[in-house]
Design a protein around this ligand. Structure first.
Ligand code: COA
Length: 242
């Protein structure tokens, strides 16, 4: 039987238990890296970055917010997990969904970010990356494509003037989607872009990812061009920021 919940911010029915969800949006930091890697893998199955595995992605999400070229936000669940009219579940100490409900990340320069990862942060990257390459050598070629990607996609579409940023990833816990968490993360990112006087926000999405494209269009992005990466058609969207 569905319960009626009184909430302050958001309500979530999960495993037939009713929780009050108190969510806060905080700046992305290295402490969110392991959760970000897990959410990335859950949100982008079958993609190249996911195939690099949790260790490489964790190092990536540790490095990103520490870079002058990287920024982002995390949605944190501050819920007390209290159930309404029920005793607390036996596994209260072991919450059914983790603390980080979603995150969004962006960079003011993909090239500068990759350059930093490939120089200052290289020591952190190489051990997990080599371990992955040893198991799956085909990933080496795709890694080279990824490093070249910012230089490939810039060529024909550099018509705009003004500062730009690239939205790198937005991922929400699968069980928590369609409750406005993605919208709140986007709102926080756009406010930060305005503070940084960024005039355009670009995002690249796999053309088969219809839900993500609906989400971007709803937030005002429009299709700017398409290109092929890793043999897949990608759609590049752009938002003008007032
Ligand atoms: C894309 C993504 C980040 C959106 O996050 P989200 O938290 O579900 O986003 P929102 O809830 O703000 O909006 C999405 C949906 O919820 C609905 N919605 C928004 N606010 C809502 C609310 N308060 N209550 C109920 N539904 C709501 C919207 O109508 C939308 O529906 P639709 O996609 O079926 O058209 C999420 O789906 C995701 O993690 N996807 C996998 C990863 C991915 O593909 N990322 C993009 C490429 S990097």
């Amino acid at each position: 039987m569905q319960r009626e919940c009184t909430t302050l911010r958001n309500t979530h029915h999960f495993s037939r238990l009713c929780y009050n969800l108190f969510m806060t949006i905080v700046q992305l930091s290295r402490t969110h890296a392991a959760d970000a890697a897990r959410l990335h893998i859950a949100g982008q199955p079958g993609t190249f970055l996911t195939s690099l595995g949790p260790s490489v992605l964790t190092v990536f999400y540790q490095a990103l917010p520490q870079s002058p070229a990287g920024f982002g936000f995390a949605a944190i669940d501050n819920s007390d997990r209290a159930t309404l009219g029920q005793t607390l579940p036996a596994n209260r100490q072991n919450p059914p969904f983790p603390n980080t409900l979603g995150f969004i990340s962006a960079t003011t320069s993909v090239g500068a970010l990759f350059m930093e990862l490939g120089t200052r942060r290289i020591g952190q990257f190489l051990p997990p990356l080599f371990a992955r390459f040893a198991r799956q050598p085909a990933l080496i070629l795709r890694s080279v494509q990824t490093v070249l990607y910012p230089f490939l996609v810039r060529k024909e579409h550099e018509h705009h003037t003004g500062a730009t940023a690239e939205l790198l990833s937005i991922m929400v816990e699968p069980a928590m989607r369609s409750q406005g968490i993605g919208a709140q993360l986007m709102t926080a990112l756009l406010a930060e872009c305005r503070q940084r006087q960024i005039q355009h926000l670009d995002v690249t999405v796999d053309t088969t990812n219809a839900a993500a494209q609906r989400f971007y269009i709803r937030h005002g992005f429009s299709l700017s061009h398409k290109f092929v990466l890793y043999g897949r058609e990608m759609s590049s969207y752009r938002l003008g920021i007032q």
